[in-house]
Design a protein around this ligand. Structure first.
Ligand SMILES: Nc1ncnc2c1ncn2[C@@H]1O[C@H](COP(=O)(O)OP(=O)(O)OP(=O)(O)O)[C@@H](O)[C@H]1O
Length: 223
């Protein structure tokens, strides 16, 4: 469960929000506060006021896998293998266990062939996949993805969706500009001007967005 109480940070103001769903999409216009909300939920930033509790704990006490929008800014190592191995190594896993985790995470994301590649030689989409493999390499309790699908072709974005759905994480918090992706979530949070304008099941949230550009294209076609 994710519980937000009296949260204020930059433009964000969320008095009270409790979400008990696994796959949560965060959507809304540019500048509405989506990344800010994800940063606070991941523990990257401490909120100015209020609290976030995930699985009953502050984010700093939760094992979180994070994939940012610009992997170029977050990938730390020059070799793909070392990037994926970083989390298990930081958690003092043994070398054989780390190796097993790296191989499994790379295979799951479909980048086994890139394990020994240099990060600098990868495309933007491949870097996003490396970041996803790294985020999932040490059994995160919560996966947080900030527009991780923004550089991916449709096929790769689909693969990422499938990988994320297979993850054993208790919550996947995913900010996306693809309303078709958001429509597949269990729960949707629509932000506008720093406040949560709508939240609930996709049916409920998109009912309020039917006349806007935020209505899923696939739903519009099917109507
Ligand atoms: N580090 C920062 N310091 C001050 N203001 C910031 C910082 N990061 C973001 N902001 C401001 O907070 C507001 C919300 O930004 P945020 O990145 O959370 O929006 P967003 O909904 O994720 O936008 P986008 O869809 O464009 O990525 C913006 O007005 C932005 O200028």
């Amino acid at each position: 469960m994710i519980q937000i109480t009296n949260l204020r940070h930059r433009l964000i103001e969320i008095p009270d929000l409790t979400v008990d769903a696994r796959h949560i999409a965060v959507i809304g216009p540019n500048g509405s506060g989506k990344t800010t909300l994800l940063s606070v939920c991941s523990g990257i930033e401490e909120p100015r006021a209020g609290t976030v509790r995930i699985l009953g704990r502050p984010p700093s006490a939760v094992r979180i896998g994070w994939v940012g929008e610009f992997p170029d800014r977050t990938l730390l190592f020059s070799r793909v293998y070392d990037e994926i191995a970083a989390t298990p190594r930081f958690r003092n896993r043994s070398c054989p266990e780390t190796d097993e985790r790296v191989r499994a995470a790379a295979a799951l994301v479909g980048i086994s062939h890139l394990r020994d590649a240099k990060v600098s030689t990868l495309s933007g989409g491949e870097k996003a996949l490396v970041a996803l493999a790294a985020a999932g390499a040490d059994d995160p309790e919560v996966l947080i993805l900030d527009e991780a699908d923004s550089h991916l072709d449709a096929g790769t974005a689909d693969r990422v969706q499938r990988v994320v759905r297979k993850s054993a994480a208790a919550h996947v918090l995913w900010c996306t500009q693809s309303m078709d992706t958001a429509a597949c979530a269990d729960y949707v949070i629509f932000m506008e001007g720093g406040v949560v304008r709508y939240h609930g099941t996709p049916d409920k949230v998109f009912a309020g967005l039917e006349e806007t550009c935020f209505y899923p294209t696939m739903w519009r076609i099917r109507r």
